[in-house]
Write a protein that binds this ligand. Sequence first.
Ligand SMILES: Cc1ncc(COP(=O)(O)O)c(C=O)c1O
Length: 477
Amino acid sequence: MELEAFIGEVADRIVGYLHAGDKPGKVAEPVPYTSLSRTTDLKIPLEGHGMNAVLDDIDAYLRSCVKTNRPEFMNPLWGGINTVGLAGEIIASLTNTSMYTYELAPLATLIEDTLLKRMGEIVGFESGAGTLTTGGSNGNMLGMLCARQAMNPSSTQSGFDGRKMVAYVSSEAHYSVLMAANVIGIGHQNVVKVACDEGGCMRPSALQEEIERTRREGGVPFCVVSTAGTTVRGAFDPVKDIGDIAHANGLWHHVDAAWGGSALFSSKHRLLMDGVEFADSVCWDAHKMMGLPLICSAFLVKDSELLARLCAHGEVAHYLFHEDSKEIDSGRYSLQCGRRNDALKLWLAWRECGDAGWAKLVDRFMELADYLELKVQQHESLEMMSSRMWTNVCFRFTPQGYEGDLNELNSEIRNRMMQNGNFMVSRSNIGNDVVFRSVITNPKITEQTLDNFLEEITRICGDVVRGMPSEQPFSSS
Ligand SMILES: Cc1ncc(COP(=O)(O)O)c(C=O)c1O
């Protein structure tokens, strides 16, 4: 097949997929992996199948994938697709480069530099530095590594010095902090999970107590990670108060704003991040609320020299890094060697919509989350399971007079919702309770989508309750 024809066929499929997201349809057709692996030809052939067959493979893939661009997809902390971002992703793949040197990625390097400076300014790190990473998990790991470097500047060379280094996070922090503890060498046991208040925000007084306890027990506190937008409830730790305690105790303060960082665009909601400007480092995912295709994630640090020292491995790679471009080579601020050009899509999307566009998006998502929360509160069989700060709306069914196990009931409703494939919303836990965690971060969601969602799960709840051995009274409203 000719190049033009092949690319034309692929482009048609892209457009078809995007349009299908606006028509009635399913988010997913759930198939057990045992069946999917039997019904799909997955074999790697000895002799190639040729380009026409590739188009069939693409069709098979598109048929079976989860339609994350549909409004009914409200499962993880991302959803939908920014069309300009998609264009950037395609062009970045087309021009296939790696982000280590200016020589190999001239304009991409300047674009990334521009983005990191702008995001740094928005955070309040006027003369900081940063890098685009493989995600918020990696950003948290870099934050903790910077903390290690600040506490023990020779650790990049000599590793840990045998002291028991301890980090502090909210008990509702993302699991990547534990992963980071593993990677940087302190281990899970040396991450203290600080108690939260009823809304899921870290209690500053509990943090101070934990730091003192560590010292009494001979440990060395070195890092506090606060979360701006927790994974389940969307809670914002009191960043300023936590930062004050961290610094008063001589500790590094990293803010995990992977999910909540976009609040900074909104004059209505940026107070949620108050005090982030005093932090030492921040991670912020543009592939979450800003809707860029995965992956697009920034790690920002106030002390640019510290990040450069942490990544000083550039000095040994003589085949790549040269003195004359030392000022600008972005590989000197990264732990990766080969690194995707994730900057282009964010830059193009930002140029299209400006800061004002992101602010509008955030405010609209919050409006929709308010709407869903209100509907839940007005529904006599639903109950909000947490106060709300961000666009996570956590609730469950508690039908009047229902005497069965609510966790079983809500799990079953969610299972059937997944089987139907009309909506996708996460099942999470708050304490011992199973909850629906719906997340508004998909620009296609409207009030109508949310009404349809509640209608669907209310209907399912009715079916579940009626199907139980001893019928329970249930009213759906
Ligand atoms: C609060 C928080 N931090 C970090 C992460 C990890 O981000 P990523 O998936 O980009 O690695 C997540 C992911 O959902 C998160 O919710």
